[in-house]
Design a protein around this ligand. Structure first.
Ligand code: DLZ
Length: 181
């Protein structure tokens, strides 16, 4: 094997090693861990949460984490307004309606899309992501993206209060920070 061929193989190997490492780092981040000192007081803030009914075991756990973390940082229960929508695709409409209401400091969407046998998963994920991104760019209040997009139920459970924390906790912290932006 020539020197240049050997160097090429070493390069490919290092890239795949660093690629693998970055995947491992992302996959093991605990969603419930954050620096409590960097979170502003939320006692004067009003939050809207839209939660999807699909995969209720997951979205119920996301909601529980989200509400308890908002309250932990001072938000009053009467200032946390929760609305449900049938599926994640309807989160865009629900969040849009909430952004039209002047009263909110931030809106949070919570949903769980689990890959099935058809490309439907991709269409829903892309649709919701684009819709929420657009809302963020055009409305006067921040919309926080709490959509779990996983290959299976176990990956969703891991991120809804399981071994990787709770995406709902993360969204609550992000909402408080963005409300203060
Ligand atoms: C149709 C559908 C499918 C297949 N999977 C999910 C899912 O995993 N998670 C979810 O929140 N919603 C799903 N839906 C429903 C769509 O989001 C939407 O409610 C319907 O397509 C009607 O617009």
């Amino acid at each position: 094997m020539g020197n240049s061929c050997f160097s090429f193989l070493i390069l490919v190997y290092s890239i795949s090693i660093s690629h693998t490492n970055s995947i491992i780092i992302m996959a093991t981040k605990n969603l419930s861990e954050y620096d409590i000192n960097k979170v502003p007081d939320a006692s004067n803030m009003i939050f809207g949460i839209v939660v999807a009914e699909w995969n209720p075991q997951i979205t119920g756990a996301l909601l529980e984490g989200c509400v308890s973390t908002l309250e932990k940082h001072g938000a009053l229960p009467e200032n946390i307004h929760v609305k449900t929508v049938p599926g994640s695709f309807e989160l865009i409409y629900g969040a849009h309606q909430m952004t039209l209401n002047d009263g909110y400091d931030a809106v949070i969407i919570l949903g769980s899309v689990i890959r099935g046998e058809t490309p439907h998963f991709d269409y829903i994920c892309q649709g919701v992501t684009a819709g929420i991104a657009r809302l963020n760019a055009t409305s006067n209040i921040p919309v926080v993206y709490g959509l779990l997009t996983t290959n299976d139920m176990q990956q969703a459970l891991d991120r809804a209060g399981g071994r990787l924390g709770n995406k709902g906790d993360e969204c609550a912290v992000v909402a408080i920070k963005m409300a203060k932006f």
